[in-house]
Write a protein that binds this ligand. Structure first.
Ligand SMILES: C[S@@+](CC[C@H](N)C(=O)[O-])C[C@H]1O[C@@H](n2cnc3c(N)ncnc32)[C@H](O)[C@@H]1O
Length: 278
């Protein structure tokens, strides 16, 4: 017997229970799980059943359906996929440094204000990569009010991001100059330095809920997040993002994502790089 089928025997997951879990996932995260994800759902949630000493998925669904906030948080944490890395999709950061930041320097010269949002930031590598790009351009923005907002639904990844501690191997593709923005801890860990941390605010936020912040964003990175959302959720999300951007502000999305027939408020100007239309 394979380990997978042995696990299935521990807590049977019927087709109707799986469908109810898919519905709860969609409702609470926007993630539309394919019918093929039954084994993934099982392996991600079985730990919760054991921890809560429940006798099966029916009891777990009942708990979630009662709207238990603490368990809904654990549930969404278990379901999200948090793969990320520093300077992932590096052409975005090249474009940010070489084209977008010089444009912002001119465009916002009178306000001297710069706002970037890493929406779906996972464990923080994306936000700290943006922060490094800003520190590399710091001569342009001396005396400016510069902030990066970094948000994610998953409370666990937000805690990791705010701590800024990473296994040293996660930094190994960075140049020595970029690594120098991190300090070294005992036990083979690197920690984001003061300059990096002071640029970024990490907050837990469900993108489907209200956004409790004001103002517009010169740049939004929302990469490899909506890939799991259905089209109508994507449309609504990008229209809300468009409402938080001014003409010619930039939006970066993930390598397998597209705004084609999803959101007409942006024009495509590069590989998965968009500009807000007037
Ligand atoms: C694959 S990671 C992408 C991380 C980073 N943006 C990157 O491209 O490397 C996707 C992230 O989206 C987050 N996410 C999924 N649904 C979300 C939602 N409804 N609201 C906010 N974040 C969400 C997940 O928790 C996860 O950390």
């Amino acid at each position: 017997m394979s380990p997978a089928s042995a696990r299935v025997r521990e807590f049977p997951l019927s087709a109707s229970e799986f469908d109810e879990i898919r519905r709860l996932v969609l409702e609470h995260t926007g993630i539309a799980l394919a019918a093929s994800k039954r084994e993934l759902v099982y392996s991600r949630l079985v730990r919760r059943l054991r921890r809560l000493k429940l006798d099966g998925f029916r009891a777990y669904i009942a708990l979630l359906s009662r709207g238990e906030t603490a368990e809904l948080e654990q549930f969404t944490n278990a379901i999200t996929t948090n793969l990320t890395s520093f300077f992932r999709e590096p052409h975005h950061f090249d474009y940010l440094s070489e084209t977008v930041l010089p444009q912002i320097e001119r465009k916002n010269a009178s306000t001297r204000r710069l706002r970037i949002w890493s929406a779906g930031c996972s464990t923080g590598e994306e936000a700290y990569s943006i922060a490094i790009a800003l520190l590399e351009a710091k001569a342009r923005f001396r005396g400016w009010d510069v902030r990066i907002l970094a948000t994610d639904l998953d409370s666990q990844v937000i805690a990791t991001a705010a701590a800024g501690e990473y296994a040293i191997e996660r930094l190994e593709k960075l140049s020595a100059a970029r690594r120098s923005w991190f300090g070294e801890l005992d036990g083979g860990c690197a920690v984001a330095g003061k300059e990096l941390k002071s640029l970024v605010s990490f907050r837990r936020l469900n993108l489907l809920h209200d956004w409790p912040f004001k103002g517009s964003f010169d740049v939004i990175m929302c990469r490899n997040v909506v890939i799991y959302f259905d089209r109508s959720t994507q449309c609504a999300l990008f229209e809300r993002m468009a409402a938080r951007q001014r003409a010619s502000d930039h939006l970066f999305i993930g390598h397998s994502e597209s705004l084609y027939k999803v959101c007409a408020s942006y024009e495509l100007i590069g590989k998965t790089i968009y500009r807000r239309l007037p």
